[in-house]
Design a protein around this ligand. Structure first.
Ligand SMILES: [Mg+2]
Length: 239
């Protein structure tokens, strides 16, 4: 890689506003031309690192060409040359994931569950508070103890809870990217959610981490900006 700048984005809540219909969560209108500009510039390496699958990201992005995509918190990877790779998982974890998959069907949770190679995300955006709490309690009560020895763990996010492979997280994705860019580089990571905190932490001392959120919160990020206006302003400045 000869890029002198590496800019990494989370997707939902960062480049795109949240939508109850997750397949309708397109980027803010100003974002697509800015992503195109970033990708046209040879000095920038542009990466989206999302909890979504790569397949789901591809359906929402209308850029001229696809940026580099890291899906399922970094488990899947699609390079600019179209090469797709996915991290292999062990049999014990695979079996536990199948068990959870059967439970989801039994509980009629299919419609609220995002099924991914890395695990399952239960979504309750737009639900009443008590209904959301009921789902969360049910998932935790059933699986808290059971997943401990299978390399899986729980992660709260804005609008749901996820059971995922513990070793796969955005912090490890950022570490891998830092290792790939050995020469002097400017790094920036932008994200809105709790799962982005791992990435903010790994970037400490290497680059700028940006919390993109409508309100501030306790964070490891260096700065806080509000989407979409300040995000757009930031990207113009970066370019
Ligand atoms: Mg997000």
């Amino acid at each position: 890689m000869s890029s002198k700048r590496v800019i990494m984005f989370d997707y939902d809540g960062t480049l795109a506003p949240f939508k109850q219909q997750r397949d309708q969560a397109y980027p803010y209108p100003e974002i697509i031309p800015l992503l195109n500009k970033l990708m046209e510039s040879a000095k920038n390496r542009t990466i989206i690192i999302s909890g979504r699958t790569i397949d789901s990201l591809k359906k929402l992005l209308s850029t001229k060409t696809l940026p580099e995509l890291w899906g399922c918190h970094g488990m899947e990877r699609l390079s600019l040359d179209g090469k797709y790779t996915v991290v292999k998982i062990d049999n014990k974890t695979k079996e536990k994931l199948s068990e959870i998959r059967r439970w989801i069907v039994d509980q009629h949770f299919d419609h609220i569950t995002e099924k991914k190679p890395s695990g399952f995300a239960f979504h309750w955006r737009g639900f009443r508070e008590d209904k959301a709490q009921e789902i969360r309690n049910k998932v935790i009560k059933k699986w808290l103890e059971e997943i401990k020895s299978s390399g899986l763990s729980f992660h709260d996010f804005d609008g749901g809870i996820e059971i995922k492979i513990d070793s796969i997280n955005k912090g490890n994705a950022v570490s891998a990217i830092l290792n790939e860019n050995k020469e002097k580089c400017y790094f920036c990571y932008m994200g809105d959610d709790i799962t982005d905190e791992d990435a903010f932490a790994k970037l400490k001392g290497h680059g700028l981490s940006v919390l993109v959120n409508s309100s501030p919160r306790e964070t490891k990020a260096d700065i806080w900006i509000k989407p979409p206006e300040e995000l757009i302003e930031f990207l113009h400045y970066w370019l």
